[in-house]
Design a protein around this ligand. Structure first.
Ligand code: ZN
Length: 288
């Protein structure tokens, strides 16, 4: 199995009050400073402390999270079964870290896929929180090396998220379970679950975390890609940060126990609910 390790750029965009605002991310590979590359003006309006490592709000862009939970979502018609499985596993990871039901499946987004939208931000124009695979990534106006991007609308408070979409770059990468899928001539494998954990972190209100602050955070602005390479474990600081926004329930409130559990866990089994979502989405194309 070819193992090709590189850290690649992960993009994050935000749309506030219908004002298009692109937040780019840095990467080690391209030696781009996250601070210099980030449009800090709007993130700072939401949370002035997001970039202060001494603050408990470091690495958080929307400290109020979503107004109500769970967050309903739909999947684009272009997402294959394996990608759906890995996306749901990523959602479960954040639910495990909070002990809360954060997400609720609303079916396949009828007749709609990433390429149905004319550009990146037009997918935010509907009331659907969608996850899409973009075969035509050029249309997003993002650089080719950006793996995926999360875009969102805030409510009338900059610290609260109203709607969000995630777009995955399948024009330039093979996106799926990196333990199963293989690279193609000009496309490297990117682990769907690892990438989705990061993008869902943005969707839930997390910003980037510098490698110098926490080298194993899933919110580092870069990701190792290649066959067999994964980054699916939340760091302690990731768990603390998500609980800063959403609190915790039950067993999730014991962070030491969570870390211990994660160290010894086998590859995660999807919950019964997630399995039902997966089968529902696959077997029953619905429109609403
Ligand atoms: Zn990012």
């Amino acid at each position: 199995m070819a193992s090709f390790a590189q850290k690649y750029l992960i993009g994050a965009g935000t749309l506030l009050f219908s004002f298009v605002n692109f937040v780019a991310c840095g990467s080690q590979l391209y030696q781009v400073s996250v601070r210099d590359d980030l449009d800090v003006s709007r993130v700072r309006q939401a949370n002035p402390q997001y970039n202060d490592p001494e603050s408990t709000l470091y690495g958080i862009h929307a400290s109020s999270g979503w107004g109500s939970l769970p967050i309903s979502f739909k999947l684009g018609t272009d997402m294959d079964y394996n990608q759906k499985q890995e996306l749901l596993a990523a959602m479960q990871k954040w639910e495990w870290a909070t002990g809360k039901s954060l997400f609720e499946f609303q079916g396949t987004h009828s007749d709609t896929k990433g390429d149905s939208f004319k550009d990146l931000f037009s997918s935010l124009g509907d009331e659907v929180n969608g996850h899409y695979i973009d075969a035509d990534w050029n249309k997003t106006s993002k650089p080719t090396y950006v793996l995926a991007t999360t875009i969102w609308n805030n409510t009338n408070s900059y610290s609260q998220i109203a709607t969000a979409d995630i777009r995955f770059n399948s024009q330039h990468y093979v996106i799926g379970d990196s333990l199963l899928v293989e690279s193609e001539a000009d496309k490297q494998v990117v682990d769907m679950q690892s990438l989705a954990i990061h993008e869902l972190g943005h969707l839930l209100g997390l910003a980037h975390v510098d490698e110098e602050i926490d080298p194993v955070s899933v919110m580092n602005p870069s990701l190792f890609i290649g066959e067999g390479l994964t980054s699916r474990k939340l760091s302690r600081s990731d768990i603390v940060r998500i609980q800063t926004i959403y609190g915790c329930e039950g067993d999730a409130c014991d962070i030491d126990a969570l870390i211990e559990q994660q160290e010894h866990a086998e590859a995660g089994e999807l919950s019964l609910t997630a399995k039902q979502w997966l089968d529902y989405g696959e077997k029953t194309p619905i429109s609403h």
